[in-house]
Ligand binder design. Structure first.
Ligand SMILES: NC(=O)c1ccc[n+]([C@@H]2O[C@H](COP(=O)([O-])OP(=O)(O)OC[C@H]3O[C@@H](n4cnc5c(N)ncnc54)[C@H](O)[C@@H]3O)[C@@H](O)[C@H]2O)c1
Length: 250
């Protein structure tokens, strides 16, 4: 029996990168999965590949209307939501004085308000299910400062506080809320879509990782599955750092 039998999960930003790997692993573990993203073609292709236990829906996490539609469709197709992986994210890395206020707002809208919208949308559905696990994808940049990362770090730090508050508010309803804090993971965000300055910055950072390498995205899926599963039934309001030991080294 898979670790996620009986779970009904929504994963955001799941068309590529870590979200895609989480969706693949969730289905393997027996969950029903709603793959969501703003990139419809790869998102739909992934859901098709995953078979009858997955569907795709367009979801821009900044839109409350789209969140309502996704939760309604999830309930109709698979039943009440038990699991939410708030994975969609965005990062622009430049010195603070080179970032515009629109850049800062974009980070807050996608990386923070997007998560607020998701939690507010699924909590009534989790009440119907009688339990829930919300996994907010933060970053090592949610617990440290980083040169060129002011907008990204600020938004990810906000996710940490939000997660703890939600864990306190909803614990009595059997809804757990936690963060996963990846280090450097091989995805389009840190490779194909990253600008040369970020790639150089990450190369320097990689030298300080005790495990001596970046992670494959699948290596983050294990801790996410743990938080989604009943094996973590007494884990709430915390952050699991998945960084090859980087944070303890600095
Ligand atoms: N890659 C890393 O090294 C790293 C490290 C720490 C944390 N993270 C975090 O992990 C998460 C996943 O990152 P990734 O590396 O897989 O990135 P990625 O860029 O490969 O994938 C992110 C996905 O989010 C989607 N997305 C962007 N804006 C969206 C929006 N408004 N609504 C819905 N979807 C949207 C994108 O279309 C994309 O498919 C992010 O929250 C990121 O901040 C990544």
């Amino acid at each position: 029996m898979g670790m996620l039998e009986g779970k009904v999960a929504i994963i955001t930003g799941a068309a590529q990168g870590m979200g895609e790997k989480h969706a693949i692993r969730f289905v393997k573990e027996g969950a029903k999965v709603v793959v969501t993203d703003i990139k419809d073609e790869p998102g739909q292709a992934l859901a098709d590949k995953l078979g009858p236990n997955a569907i795709y829906m367009h979801l821009d996490v900044t839109s409350e209307e789209q969140w309502a539609a996704v939760v309604a469709k999830t309930e109709e197709v698979f039943g009440p939501v038990t699991t939410l992986v708030n994975n969609a994210g965005y990062g622009k890395f430049l010195p603070m004085d080179m970032l515009t206020s629109a850049d800062f707002e974009r980070h807050i809208k996608i990386n923070y308000i997007g998560i607020v919208n998701g939690m507010k949308a699924v909590i009534p559905s989790m009440r119907k299910a009688g339990n829930g696990s919300i996994i907010n994808i933060s970053s090592v940049d949610g617990v440290r400062g980083a040169s060129t990362g002011s907008a990204y770090c600020g938004a990810k730090h906000a996710v940490e506080g939000l997660t703890k508050s939600a864990a306190v508010e909803y614990g009595k309803e059997n809804i757990r809320v936690n963060c996963i804090n990846p280090g450097i993971i091989k995805t389009p965000m840190s490779e194909a879509d990253a600008d040369p300055a970020l790639i150089e910055f990450l190369k320097q950072m990689e030298k300080g990782i005790p495990l001596g390498r970046r992670a494959e995205p699948e290596e983050v899926s294990g801790p996410v599955v743990f938080l989604a599963s009943d094996d973590s039934s007494y884990v709430s309001g915390t952050s699991i750092i998945v960084d090859g030991g980087y944070i303890c080294h600095i």
